[in-house]
Design a protein around this ligand. Structure first.
Ligand SMILES: Nc1ncnc2c1ncn2[C@@H]1O[C@H](COP(=O)(O)OP(=O)(O)OP(=O)(O)O)[C@@H](O)[C@H]1O
Ligand SMILES: [Mg+2]
Length: 244
């Protein structure tokens, strides 16, 4: 694949199928070191499917997927995580009967003997975690769960984080807190981020470029500020627009 030295994720001609139903059609993406890139599109556009395809879960794929120059396609989900992809699914999947510390320690354990981040170091880096650390999963708000899910994905020191609609169902004030936390991750953890979202103000605050999906195809890509200023594009491809 034709990529540059600072390419973290590249997909080329990525197709994906649920059974016999094709859900992605020739998706080309590139995320470079330190970038936060938006993956936009309406409900059912194919955002989560793109993540499923990268993680080799639920879908059958064809095409190329590379992380820092290494092929991911056809590897097991464990191998993909070990190679450096951290995935925060839409439903967050915090263990509700375990404390936040136990949730994070469990993720460390799942990393095996690799160079995992110590839970206390994670709390030092993300101070919002401090007051949550002794609480059980079922004692967390949606925004707090999102923060814990992101922290958990960072434990294995991924090169790429896949965040699937982190603001879904959250109040605007909480969204601001999540945005502040996400903003500092690339530098703090040396990680790039692919952010699936429908919340355009959030995407505008965090990302430099966007890919827009419709029915499993990339229908627009370019700088975030161009998309954020183009009401016609937004009307065509999103449910809510911000430009007037
Ligand atoms: N497990 C599945 N089995 C079959 N089809 C699926 C499955 N999951 C998703 N699809 C289909 O794949 C297409 C893309 O869905 P996907 O979940 O990727 O959209 P999305 O952009 O993440 O939407 P949302 O914003 O609602 O999360 C849709 O047509 C959807 O119905
Ligand atoms: Mg989705």
């Amino acid at each position: 694949m034709n990529t540059t030295h600072d390419t973290v994720l590249a997909t080329r001609e990525l197709n994906a199928w649920y059974g016999s139903a094709q859900a992605l059609f020739g998706v080309d993406l590139e995320v470079r070191a330190g970038e936060v890139i938006g993956l936009l599109g309406r409900n059912g556009a194919g955002k989560s499917t793109t993540f499923n395809a990268i993680m080799n879960l639920q879908v059958r794929t064809s095409g190329e997927i590379e992380l820092t120059g290494r092929t991911l396609a056809k590897r097991s989900v464990d191998a993909i995580a070990r190679l450096g992809v951290g995935w925060v699914p839409e439903d967050r999947r915090i263990f509700t009967n375990l404390t936040v510390r136990e949730n994070l320690e469990l993720a460390r354990f799942a990393c095996g003997d690799r160079d995992a981040v110590a839970v206390d170091d994670l709390v030092d880096s993300l101070p919002l975690l401090d007051k949550l650390i002794g609480r059980r999963g079922n004692q967390l708000s949606g925004g707090e769960q999102q923060l814990v899910a992101i922290a958990r994905a960072l434990i294995s020191r991924p090169r790429l984080l896949l965040l699937d609609e982190p603001t879904e169902g959250l109040a605007p004030l909480i969204v601001e807190g999540i945005a502040t936390a996400i903003q500092q991750l690339p530098e703090m953890f040396d990680v790039s981020i692919l952010l699936a979202e429908q919340n355009l103000p959030f995407v505008t605050a965090l990302t430099s470029r966007v890919y827009v999906l419709e029915t499993g195809r990339v229908v627009h890509t370019g700088p975030t500020d161009v998309f954020a200023g183009d009401a016609e594009l937004q009307d065509r491809y999103l449910s809510i627009s911000i430009a007037s």
